[in-house]
Ligand binder design. Structure first.
Ligand code: C2E
Ligand code: CA
Ligand code: CA
Length: 751
């Protein structure tokens, strides 16, 4: 029914559309709209309203009212001045006012100020008859203050003469549609922005980005970075697959990526190598995920070129795991590999061996020929070492002049495994013994090798290294240039050494040490004595230095021990100075390298002399050649400083060390002590005899005194005497004895 009425009303608009002349004279001025339109309309309106009552028959009137009120569209009658004459229920609902509250009000009161102009042009066009109807969208202010969108269709009702009566407005509530439209527009704007953003991100990304169809792998899109990185043009890429382009250096990586995508829908940080168009391979870090694009599952991949990082990583790895001088794996790598070898041996139930190799006289070469030659020697040693081992063996430089070789797959524990290892070790020994020609100089070195086996028990890596090291020390102690196997007995010895160290510390605190004195004789009279250390062990009796000196040196305990010796010897000197037949006897004190290298060694010696009141001229310090090569200049400075106070220096064990004239000449020495070994052998062995003879002439050339130690027989004494050496120390005269016995032993002091 109301449909019918709407139709008719629209028809009405058309019918009345032609009549317009009556309002032609209405003058509208935009600037003063209210005054002109409103006054004219007011005149008209007053005349028109009563005319409504003259409308058709009663029946028609009822139908009209019903359709007016029940219409699903808002209907509004407005006077030509804009006053609301009549409105239906629907309109009232749209604006939220009951009809009686708005009838009589100007429709502009329902219009937000900024929208008020929008209807004016339409109204004028209608009034002037230019348009039969006008349709536009606008907003109303509802009673609750909210704005609501409506679509207006306005026409003018005229009387039979065509005189405008009132505006008839159809008001459609389009708030919901507007809202949806606004949302859609906002969404579209956002989409545009984000699309633009994505497009930019896609294109501008420094990482290479590509999009492939999941089902066949075809490239759909790729960015600039992708093209730059791979060297292809976009045309060469799009429509083809990574397989077509042979992009994956290893296609198994592609499978790995696909597997991950299948499993998780994404794949993060896959490191793989890729091939460029020109065949060059580079490292890439790839992340990919499956996305849906217009209903089609695609793979979006982002790849970063990490070739530089890989190179740096390799470099760092190299620095961390290799020795830069010899280019062999370093200690860290050795430990790492050893751990793997242990696991592998256990798994395969097969023996493996660790060879610990130490150069026998590297220090001498390094100190006498210089570090440059030393470095070259180490390089040559590592070259020979590599040549002696199989390609599967692991050769490393542990540090300094220490090397290690891991031999794996030696089979079941057996004599064969041991002899296989021994075979390699012997080969190494033989190769190292060959002369070296380095920087146009000849040098020679040998190595000592310690071997231990692993893989059967639950071996600990550092324990294996310790065992090989221990065996190597055993080789050194034996004679150098040999191989020694680690044996459990060695372990026991090592444990005992640990205990001994503890005891030694305690002994120093408890002052369990004694000094014995061994006379030094010249032409039949006692001129001096060497102070020799003894440990009065609480359970083991008197211990000789051989039992503890090397341990004291290794642990650094030699420093406090040496201080104690020096102090005791000086007290002894002061004590003897009070006996006429002892007052001119000098005391020789052994000084170890560590003690000598203390920064305040000179001050310590002088302070001890002062404290004890000993005569510095009767104190002789025995130093060894090995101490000298370490730092010749420093040694000379220390010696000179002490010599200005009258302290003398004797070079102990002479002939066993490097014996280079070049530095001997520069040392402010007072005495050379011919080593026991020459004295022992010289009578029977012509070489030793010749050396002893040479030492005598050397001492004469250097203008230093000479003393032979370890003189046990009269034959030796007279032999030395004939050579020109007249000072002796040895069992022939007396072993080291305690001070009381020494006093008694002295000629003229016998009871
Ligand atoms: P050294 O300085 O060469 O001392 C001489 C060693 O030869 C002494 O052994 C002495 O007892 C021994 N000896 C003396 N005459 C003969 C002989 O006719 N035949 C034989 N076969 N041996 C003889 P000792 O007292 O056992 O000392 C051994 C080493 O211990 C010393 O060798 C020295 O290097 C070191 N030493 C001893 N006392 C001290 C000390 O107070 N400080 C330091 N740093 N080292 C010390
Ligand atoms: Ca000595
Ligand atoms: Ca000696």
């Amino acid at each position: 029914m109301h449909k019918d009425s709407v139709f008719r009303l629209h028809l009405g608009v058309g019918v009345f559309g032609g009549f317009m002349s009556a309002v032609r004279n209405i003058h509208v001025c935009r600037g003063d709209h209210r005054s002109s339109v409103d006054t004219k309309a007011a005149e008209l309106g007053e005349a028109l309203v009563p005319e409504q009552e003259q409308l058709p028959s009663e029946q028609y009137e009822d139908r009209y009212r019903a359709s007016f009120d029940q219409a699903a569209v808002g209907i509004l009658h407005t006077s030509l001045q804009g006053q609301i004459l009549k409105c239906n229920q629907c309109f009232a609902r749209i604006v939220g006012y009951p009809p009686h509250e708005i009838v009589g009000a100007n429709f502009q009161t329902l219009t937000p100020p900024e929208d008020r102009d929008s209807g004016k042009a339409a109204a004028l066009a209608l009034l002037s008859g230019e348009a039969a109807s006008a349709s536009f969208e606008k907003r109303y202010i509802r009673k609750d203050g909210k704005l609501t969108w409506v679509l207006l269709t306005i026409s003018i009702q005229r009387d039979s003469k065509g005189v405008p009566l009132f505006f008839l407005t159809m008001v459609q509530d389009i708030e919901a549609r507007k809202l949806a439209e606004e949302r859609l527009a906002a969404a579209r704007r956002a989409l545009q922005v984000s699309e633009a953003r994505y497009r930019t991100a896609f294109q501008m990304s420094l990482d290479s980005v590509n999009l492939n169809r999941l089902r066949d792998g075809l490239y759909i899109e790729c960015n600039r970075a992708f093209l730059e990185l791979t060297g292809y043009t976009r045309e060469e890429v799009v429509g083809r697959t990574s397989i077509d382009l042979k992009i994956w250096a290893d296609v198994r990586d592609r499978q790995r990526m696909l597997d991950k995508l299948g499993e998780h829908g994404s794949c993060r940080d896959l490191e793989a190598q890729f091939r460029k168009k020109d065949g060059q391979v580079f490292w890439g870090l790839m992340s990919a995920s499956v996305i849906e694009l217009e209903g089609e599952p695609c793979v979006l991949s982002v790849t970063r070129d990490i070739s530089d990082a890989k190179l740096a990583e390799k470099e760092i790895r190299y620095l961390a795991f290799y020795d830069s001088l010899t280019e062999l794996p370093n200690r860290r790598y050795l430990m790492d590999h050893l751990a793997q070898a242990v696991a592998a041996s256990r798994r395969n139930n097969s023996q493996a061996a660790l060879l610990f190799i130490d150069l026998d006289n590297f220090k001498v070469v390094n100190d006498s020929l210089g570090h440059h030659v030393g470095d070259l020697l180490l390089k040559e040693v590592s070259r020979r070492l590599t040549a002696c081992s199989r390609s599967v063996d692991f050769v490393a430089r542990v540090g300094g002049d220490e090397f290690a070789v891991i031999l794996e797959g030696l089979g079941k524990p057996s004599c064969e495994a041991a002899s296989a290892a021994k075979c390699v070790a012997d080969k190494i020994l033989g190769s190292m013994r060959l002369p070296y020609r380095i920087a146009e100089r000849d040098c020679a070195t040998t190595v000592s090798i310690g071997i231990t086996f692993f893989g059967q028990q639950n071996d600990d890596v550092s324990e294996i290294l310790r065992q090989a090291d221990l065996a190597m020390y055993q080789a050194k102690a034996a004679s150098r240039d040999v191989v020694r196997f680690f044996a459990p007995e060695l372990q026991a010895a090592a444990n005992a050494r640990g205990e001994l160290e503890e005891e030694l510390r305690l002994a120093i605190r408890k002052r369990q040490f004694l000094l014995w004195y061994q006379p030094q004789v010249n032409h039949g009279s006692v001129i001096g004595a060497e102070a020799l250390l003894r440990w009065k062990h609480p359970t083991r009796g008197i211990l000789a230095p051989a039992e503890f000196i090397s341990l004291a040196e290794e642990t650094g305990l030699i420093v406090p021990l040496g201080a104690h010796v020096l102090e005791s010897a000086c007290r002894q000197l002061a004590n003897w100075s009070r006996s006429p037949n002892l007052s001119s006897i000098s005391i020789a004190v052994n000084v170890s390298a560590r003690q000598f290298r203390q920064v305040d060694f000179v001050e310590r010696v002088l302070a001890t002399l002062k404290e004890t009141g000993a005569d510095p001229c009767l104190l002789k310090l025995e130093i060894t050649e090995t101490m000298l090569v370490e730092n010749l200049e420093e040694t000379i400075t220390i010696m000179k400083a002490l010599k200005t106070h009258g302290i003398q220096f004797s070079l102990d064990d002479f002939g066993t060390g490097y014996s280079s004239l070049t530095y001997l000449k520069r040392l402010p020495l007072d005495q050379l002590k011919i080593d026991r070994s020459f004295v022992r052998d010289m009578v029977a062995d012509p070489t030793s005899g010749a050396i002893a003879k040479a030492i005598v002439s050397l001492s004469q050339a250097m203008d230093v005194s000479l003393l032979a130690e370890g003189v046990e027989t009269e034959e030796q004494r007279s032999f030395l005497d004939r050579l020109g050496c007249h000072s002796y120390q040895g069992y022939l005269f007396s072993p080291p004895v305690d001070p009381e016995m020494f006093r008694q032993w002295l000629p003229g002091n016998q009871p």
